[in-house]
Design a binder for this molecule. Structure first.
Ligand SMILES: Cc1ncc(COP(=O)(O)O)c(C=O)c1O
Length: 388
């Protein structure tokens, strides 16, 4: 059939050589997925079972990143989401219904707490917050309708490492599922499934992305029934991920080991240097004995990453702590972490029930890939300026 040029724009017979091979994973974009026949068209989400059906459930680029995260975390299946917080909400929406009860550590990433108190509460789901260091004592918090126990280890900002095996044992004795925010370990420094977790999520945004230029999340599950619940819920919620972002994350994966190793070394050196400073009361770094739950980190983790907090000795006002952060020249001020640039953020801690009362004296650092000696020099000059 001869074609008008306008038709050729859409249906081309042009040919390119076949057989190209490269080390880079191709980026497949697509909303529509083509079917071989009218009868073959189907809108089912489980593409591993039925083949590709619709872009919402992932193109091969998305499926590749999911499969590779799943392999790294030794799970059964992985589902990707448009960010870490989207992973948190998808898990809750898939697993909970009206009348259910949820347990969340007081140290949890704040938007995870807000999801429970501001949104899930409107749908008849109740939440209690527990001491992250409670361990087996979690048993006394489990109610008849408790369905899910969230863990985040280490906790956001205050860095409590949890006794996950003890929590999982108490949960499973009452048929309650355990879900872990495993972002700090990048899914590789803590083997969640070997320690009894049922569902893990991480913000791929952080260490796997690794360059502060994308937002993605992952949910990995230990069995097929959980995958069915999550996949069916993702379909109706419709949270799709960008194949372009997945392509960046696939690139990030290749250098994760060397970035993490360099960041671990640098963060440890800086944490130890800070611990010896007279202005600092406490360094909350899981690999230091002064950090809450250090013994569980030592027992269960394969290493440490680059986010930790420092608590100033009582004395400086909030303005002085802000002045310290502002005096830093290499550390930039910004949320999120896991990238190559070092960051500092001052928090106010003590108004949220169940959290330590450090008030305005706590600053969280994200260590990037700058020379450690330069970062230490930067911290030294900022401390000196605040003292002066
Ligand atoms: C521990 C933790 N979990 C989840 C998230 C959410 O990830 P995202 O920013 O990709 O939504 C963050 C983000 O800071 C985080 O620190």
């Amino acid at each position: 059939m001869s074609k008008n040029w306008k038709t050729k724009l859409i249906h081309s017979d042009a040919h390119i050589p076949s057989g190209y091979r490269s080390l880079a994973s191709p980026t497949f974009r697509g909303s529509t997925t083509l079917f071989p026949s009218a009868a073959a068209a189907t809108d089912q989400w489980d593409q591993k079972r039925v083949g590709y059906t619709y872009g919402l459930y992932g193109t091969p680029t998305v499926m590749e990143l999911a499969a590779r995260v799943c392999e790294l975390e030794s799970g059964a299946h992985t589902i990707l989401t448009p960010g870490g917080q989207a992973a948190i909400s998808l898990i809750n929406l898939a697993m909970l219904q009206a009348g259910d009860h949820l347990l969340i550590p007081a140290s949890v990433y704040y938007p995870n707490r807000q999801l429970a108190t501001r949104l899930l509460s409107r749908f008849g789901i109740s939440t209690d917050f527990y001491d992250p260091l409670i361990g087996a004592g979690i048993a006394s918090f489990i109610q008849e309708h408790t369905k899910l126990i969230w863990c985040e280890s280490p906790g956001s900002i205050t860095m409590e490492v949890q006794d996950i095996p003890a929590i999982a044992e108490a949960a499973h004795a009452r048929s309650v599922r355990v879900v872990l925010d495993n972002t700090w370990s990048a899914g590789v420094l803590f083997d969640a499934f070997a320690h009894g977790v049922d569902i893990t999520m991480q913000a791929i945004t952080k260490y796997i992305g690794g360059h502060s230029d994308l937002l993605l999340g992952s949910i990995t599950v230990r069995d097929d029934s959980l995958y069915q619940r999550l996949g069916a819920t993702q379909q109706v919620i419709g949270c799709a991920v960008s194949p372009d972002d997945c392509s960046l994350a696939l690139r990030g994966l290749q250098t994760l080991a060397v970035r993490l190793a360099a960041i671990e070394q640098s963060a440890l050196e800086i944490a130890k240097w800070l611990a010896a400073r007279p202005e600092i009361e406490r360094v909350l770094h899981p690999a230091l004995e002064t950090s809450p739950g250090h013994e569980f980190w030592k027992r269960d983790f394969l290493g440490s990453s680059g986010v930790f907090s420092v608590v100033f000795r009582p004395g400086p006002s909030q303005q002085q702590v802000f002045a310290f952060v502002d005096a830093l020249k290499l550390f930039r001020v910004g949320y999120s972490w896991g990238g190559v640039a070092s960051l500092a953020i001052a928090y106010r801690m003590g108004r949220t029930p169940g959290r330590p009362s450090f008030d305005h004296r706590i600053v969280r650092l994200n260590i990037g890939l700058e020379a450690t000696s330069d970062l230490i020099a930067d911290l030294a000059q900022a401390l000196a300026q605040v003292r002066a």
